[in-house]
Design a protein around this ligand. Structure first.
Ligand code: GTP
Length: 597
């Protein structure tokens, strides 16, 4: 049986067609009927559909009758393509023996194509090249084939041209999986070792883990032990996703499936942990995953203070299938009780916030995101600051370090100038330039993470007419001349609006922000003075004039419906406001810092 299993992932740069190919594989192997076929079957979350991106990985089992007449079991694990979720890609790859590398025939190799390939190579996976979208008029199949051969080192016969959209070449890909990807190793008689590569919470069954059995076997009714905590549970359900949850009696070496064991505490199914049996346990766990460190922090506050506990509960549940999410309670004078949360990047932040609002029916306010700074104090000690509120007093600061990334930017050579200019503006340092083919280059820059978080990617896309692709990894901390900018409303610092900025940009950013705030803070009974300051020095100021007339003053007389409407409207507006001292501030104000170029 082991001989007929193939575990693989699909890796690609974003939008090169992973999900579409996965759909075709499901269809071709009959896992789902035409009637059930919705586009992008594996993208389960509503959010994924809307944003057109894959976020969570989904393992699915396919039965394939190959040309050699034998029945094979394929376990396909879809992976996300956005740079924020690289870490999920490495998780799914660890459960596989091979990967299909999808490259868009009109775009060629992009930044994340390479990043993903390096990850797969690190794990010694077999790689099958797939050139997708050959139906496009701009398809450059032969050139892209050469690129894959030269840059990635695959042989010509390991590369398959297809159109996932039209369903061309799909059978060849399935045959290639049988031929090029090895069956799982491992010993069915050895003690159980199963890797948890993902998990989520089901209100009826408890925590559900997606597992890959690496050695031994697990049956319904077995007492399992989590190797990181030693906690034991009885297996209540085992199954596979084909693509619907289908129960099985046991999962054996090489297989991928799900496991439920009435686990109530979300922390008890840690992704990366190894499951063994209480009786005859394995002597050591499988290599787990690197612990990922959040890169970006922001405060999340319920608009209604009474929803604090509900927010905590929701975060606990989300954390179960997203180990990269971290959070701890914090209080803000302006916003009350909330959580300081850490994320892998801005898209991750946005997705978590949206999931909390939609799936848990919360109304949230997010403060401006911040990276983690290191501040060396005059007494020689060092503190990590991920909340501008905790920035030390200027007199106590000796120097400040901020995280830098090594950015790899791939771009047609016509746009080298535009990219260099942008990197310069963002305080980047040129490192290297390499020609991948005669008109495509790979530029390498060191850039402050804080600069590329916000609008770098959009700016890069617009200045290269969409042709550039970007990947980055943290390279370390470097010294920078940074200051904390406070925003004051009627003389009071609003702690949740403070942020850290490079001294050279402080003046410009301060002006832009107070102007922006003046526009979005509505006129109210009192005059509102908006100031930006570094320490006690005010560097920008604007005023929102007081409201002169009551909104209802105009509709004297008996027009009750009109009055009602106006009041309703006001109430609507209020809902999205936060009262800070005497000032009503729209909830979006806390993100304005992001909108400033
Ligand atoms: P992420 O999951 O967000 O990383 O994207 P993805 O790589 O899964 O890409 P997806 O399958 O969503 O495809 C991206 C776009 O390319 C969609 O609009 C698809 O319809 C289109 N597409 C996929 N395959 C083909 C193809 O063979 N030909 C053409 N013309 N378009 C394709």
């Amino acid at each position: 049986m082991q001989e007929r299993i193939r575990n693989f992932s699909i890796i690609a740069h974003i939008d090169h067609g992973k999900s579409t190919l996965a759909d075709r594989l499901l269809e071709f192997t009959g896992a789902i009927s035409d009637r059930e076929m919705r586009e992008q079957f594996l993208d389960k979350m509503d959010l994924e559909r809307e944003k057109g991106i894959t976020i969570k990985l989904q393992p699915v089992r396919l039965n394939y009758k190959a040309r050699d007449g034998k029945e094979y079991i394929f376990n396909l694990i879809d992976t996300p393509g956005h740079v924020d979720f690289t870490y999920e890609v490495s998780r799914s790859l660890a459960a596989c023996e091979g990967a299909l590398l999808v490259v868009d025939a009109s775009q060629g190799i992009e930044a994340q194509t390479l990043a993903n390939v390096y990850m797969a190579m690190d794990l010694d996976l077999a790689i099958v090249g797939v050139i997708n979208k050959i139906d496009l008029p701009g398809a450059r199949v032969e050139e892209v084939r050469e690129e894959i051969q030269n840059v990635i080192g695959l042989a010509a016969e390991e590369i398959y041209p297809i159109s996932a959209k039209l369903g061309l070449g799909i059978e060849e890909v399935l045959e290639a999986v049988v031929k090029h990807i090895p069956p799982p190793q491992g010993d069915v008689n050895a003690p159980l070792q199963a890797l948890i590569f993902d998990s989520y919470f089901d209100p009826y069954k408890g925590a559900i883990s997606y597992i890959r059995v690496v050695n031994g076997q697990v049956k319904k009714g077995d007492i399992i032990r989590m190797m990181s905590t030693g906690k034991e549970f009885e297996v209540t359900e085992l199954g596979v996703l084909n693509p619907y949850m289908t129960e099985v009696e046991k999962l054996e070496v090489g297989e991928v499936g799900y496991l439920a064991a009435s686990i109530k505490n979300v922390g008890d199914t840690k992704v990366g942990d190894t499951i063994t049996l209480a009786e005859n346990p394995a002597d050591k766990p499988l290599p787990g995953y690197k612990v990922v460190k959040p890169m970006v922090y922001c405060g999340l506050y319920p608009l209604e203070n009474s929803e604090f506990e509900k927010l905590r509960d929701a975060l606990d549940k989300l954390k179960l299938n997203d180990a990269s999410l971290v959070y701890e309670p914090e209080t803000s004078e302006a916003l009350g009780f909330g959580f300081r949360c850490g994320f892998l990047g801005l898209l991750h932040l946005e997705i978590i916030k949206e999931r909390l609002e939609r799936e848990y029916d919360l109304s949230l306010l997010a403060t401006a995101p911040s990276v983690v700074y290191k501040v060396v104090l005059t007494d020689g000690s060092e503190v990590e600051v991920q909340n501008p509120k905790h920035w030390p007093m200027t007199q106590k600061i000796d120097r400040v370090l901020e995280p830098f990334v090594k950015a790899s930017i791939m771009v047609p050579s016509d746009y080298i100038g535009a990219v260099m200019e942008l990197c310069q503006e963002k305080r980047g340092r040129y490192e290297n330039m390499e020609y991948l083919s005669k008109d495509r280059v790979l530029l390498t820059y060191k850039l402050p993470l804080s600069e590329i978080l916000y609008d770098f990617f959009d700016a890069l896309k617009s200045r290269t007419r969409g042709y550039a692709s970007l990947d980055y990894e943290i390279s370390g901390y470097e010294e920078s001349d940074l200051v904390k900018l406070d925003i004051l409303l009627n003389g009071e610092i609003v702690d949740a609006l403070s942020f850290i900025v490079h001294r050279e940009n402080a003046y410009y950013r301060a002006r832009a922000i107070v102007q922006k705030l003046r526009k979005i803070i509505p006129r109210q009974l009192y005059e509102v003075v908006i100031q930006a300051a570094i320490g006690s020095k005010v560097i920008a100021r604007e005023t929102v004039k007081a409201l002169r007339k009551d909104v209802l003053a105009k509709c004297y007389g008996g027009d009750v419906t009109r009055k009602k409407k106006l009041l309703e409207k006001q109430k609507e507006g209020k809902k999205k406001m936060k009262q800070i001292g005497h000032v009503e501030v729209p909830k979006d104000a806390f993100m304005t810092i992001l909108d400033i170029e």
